[in-house]
Design a protein around this ligand. Structure first.
Ligand code: FE2
Ligand code: FE2
Length: 296
């Protein structure tokens, strides 16, 4: 039986003009080149401020193209804006931002198949910010997802999206922009349950956590870019690890296991001072990467 290796990387926050978070990315790229998986999933916040600067998206796409294996990438709030009205960063999802993502990076939702039949896997990525956004194609994405789940021909199913579905409980009210809002979450959870989705991987919170919900494995992948220690008003949950890293999955038949990887050369960059001073890493001043720093 074939065993598939899938790596989930997230929240890389790449930018040529604000190159604060390139060091861990270089280490990640070297790790992938030394030990390439069958697929790399990037669960969004690929860029630092793709919402304002298309060059962040172009630069990040060029970085993804350096990876030695197929990549499935989906947008995060730093790439295309957050679910409207985006009370936090005032960068709501817009047609223009979504168009930029599609022209510089790729589709907003997509999937890859690994193998076939009962030992195969269908790995699906969707646009988390589109849920409860009011955009016309929110329904289109959901219909596409249902079709992709239904046509998996017996493959096991894994879903990735930028935001976790919920924080502490699947019936909790909206907790700001940290997770999906309740309506979209309920629709997505019902769809995942009815199709037997085994694994849901997300990013966005810049922490690692893994737990089971109703037979589904929920994995919050840690960021490569930075950790944010500023306390948010979120309910306490068990097993949070606030460190930089990435996740390596082993898909063996219908079993999915994973490991939280912290490469020796990774730094868990704590940006709480920057966040206190500016409100968000989005407002960091320019710090262009020197040409020699960019890995070829
Ligand atoms: Fe992020
Ligand atoms: Fe995010």
């Amino acid at each position: 039986m074939t065993v598939f290796q899938v790596v989930q990387v997230t929240d890389t926050h790449l930018s040529r003009n604000r190159g604060y978070f390139y060091d861990n990315w270089r280490v990640f790229l070297a790790d992938m080149r030394a030990n390439p998986p069958d697929l790399i999933v990037h669960s969004g916040d690929l860029s630092l401020r793709g919402t304002d600067d298309s060059d962040d998206l172009a630069f990040a796409r060029a970085e993804l193209d350096k990876l030695p294996c197929p990549v499935l990438v989906m947008p995060g709030n730093h790439d295309i804006g957050d679910t409207p009205p985006d009370a936090r960063l005032q960068r709501p999802l817009s047609d223009e931002r979504r168009r930029n993502w599609r022209s510089f990076v790729g589709p907003e939702w997509d999937y890859r198949d690994l193998g076939a039949g009962e030992s195969g896997w269908r790995i699906v990525g969707v646009n988390a910010q589109l849920f409860d956004s009011g955009f016309a194609d929110e329904a289109e994405q959901l219909a596409w997802l249902e079709e992709v789940f239904a046509s998996s021909a017996g493959r096991n199913l894994a879903l990735f999206l930028h935001k976790p579905l919920f924080y502490a409980a699947s019936d909790e009210p909206a907790l700001g922009l940290s997770c999906l809002f309740p309506m979209g979450r309920a629709k997505l959870l019902a769809l995942c349950r009815s199709h037997g989705v085994q694994l849901i991987g997300s990013g966005h919170l810049h922490v690692y956590r893994a737990f089971a919900e109703d037979g589904m494995q929920m994995v919050w992948a840690p960021a490569t870019a930075f950790i944010n220690s500023k306390e948010k008003s979120l309910p306490p949950v068990e097993g949070l690890q606030r460190r930089a890293g990435y996740v390596r999955y082993r898909l063996d038949g219908s079993s999915a296991t994973h490991e939280f990887i912290e490469p020796d050369l990774f730094l868990s960059l704590d940006v709480r001072n920057w966040s206190r001073a500016t409100g968000s890493t989005v407002y960091l001043p320019p710090k262009p990467l020197a040409h020699a720093e960019i890995l070829s």
